[in-house]
Design a protein. Sequence first.
Length: 168
Amino acid sequence: MKIVFMGTPEFAIPSLQKLLSSSHKIEAVVSAPDKERGRGRQITSTPVKQFALENGIKVFTPLDLKNPDFINEMKKIAPDLFVVVAFRILPKELYQLPKFGSINLHGSLLPKYRGAAPIQWAIINGEKETGVTTFFLEEKVDTGNIILQKKIPINDDDDFGSLHDKMM
């Protein structure tokens, strides 16, 4: 299967690693553009972009996901599937492009904690468990058909960092 992977932070790398070790072909990676980071304001690539380049994978970093040139590049690849982990909201013309659609990994047990900061909200609300959900993308955010979920217990001493690491 021809896959285009979309992600930005460290959280997305284990999913990309798993796909690379599978029989599927990662045709390209899409990540956020390089930007200034840190006190020195040095231009830095995202963790996903760095990982992709280290593994010889073609990388796209579009400013605008609706840009016709970017959409045409994705059409040329003719992917079977987009796999999205910790990335931006995709426009309809993009997520409908692959033969088998687009799937996303979200850091909560959907439908709970749709949208941003699901790990933080689970902790703030005193949840005893959370998890990750893989689902098909559709027009509304985090509402597509669920493919699978994995539950993860939240311990009393968990904070954002420890829970984030459990989810990876």
